[in-house]
Write a protein that binds this ligand. Structure first.
Ligand SMILES: [Mg+2]
Length: 228
């Protein structure tokens, strides 16, 4: 029986793609780069590659935050101040919050039957104001932000430090739910707990990281958890 649910934040509860899109548009306009769809998807691609390098331990978080803009400016062939751009992007990102459809209903529902813990690789200076503006902190027993913990999902150390701060649960009583195979599902596998992949866009799976359960919408989760 599941007792504790570890929930990812970005693109599981909060619509990070939307937040990123809006914050990036604002930031590009501020630094005089036209916020076209091409420029935004170029940035998104570069950004994704950099977070994957962090997950593989090839870059540190501060390196990711600045280097993604270095590479973005290089790709555009323009001179840019990556540090300053990162600072204004971070500010813009902390301002808005947008929910994944059904997220608030899910939190209301699950918080009646389970203890909820947020587990996020997000940046502390972005996550804290965004969660405050989203008004969902009260649903969670604890909010574990990797930057505060000192290491990131999917590292086993991240989960061990979370478990130290949680009451004791058997591994079998915990599940992680998230949209990322490489951080959430791999992390859950590393930690030895149940895993559920939130895959609303029907993305292709991976042979090397296989989730125990897959859902296409948040609405499916309460019934799934009851069945375990
Ligand atoms: Mg996520």
């Amino acid at each position: 029986m599941i007792k504790a649910v570890l929930l990812d934040s970005d693109d599981t509860i909060l619509d990070f793609q939307m937040a990123e899109h809006i914050a990036l548009k604002k930031t590009l306009a501020q630094i005089g780069i036209e916020p076209t769809e091409e420029n935004i998807s170029l940035y998104s691609e570069i950004n994704k590659r950099h977070w994957e390098m962090l997950e593989r331990g090839e870059l540190t978080r501060p390196q990711v935050l600045v280097r993604r803009f270095d590479r973005f400016f290089e790709a555009l062939g323009v001179e840019g101040d990556s540090e300053a751009t990162q600072a204004s992007y971070n500010h813009n990102l902390g301002i808005g919050h947008y929910f994944i459809p059904g997220a608030v209903e899910l939190l209301e529902n699950l918080s009646r039957d389970y203890k909820l813990y947020m587990v996020t690789n997000g940046n502390e200076s972005v996550q804290v104001p965004r969660l405050a503006s989203a008004g969902i902190e009260h649903f969670f027993e604890e909010i574990f932000i990797s930057q505060r913990i000192g290491c990131d999902k999917p590292k086993i150390e991240f989960f061990e430090r979370c478990f130290e701060k949680m009451p004791h649960y058997e591994k079998d009583e915990m599940i992680i739910i998230g949209d990322s195979l490489t951080s959430d599902i791999k992390g859950g596998i590393n930690a030895g707990i149940h895993t559920c992949w939130f895959n609303p866009r029907g993305k292709q799976g991976r042979e090397d990281i296989v989730p125990e359960y897959v859902v296409g919408s948040l609405e499916e989760i309460p019934a799934l958890l009851k069945s375990l």
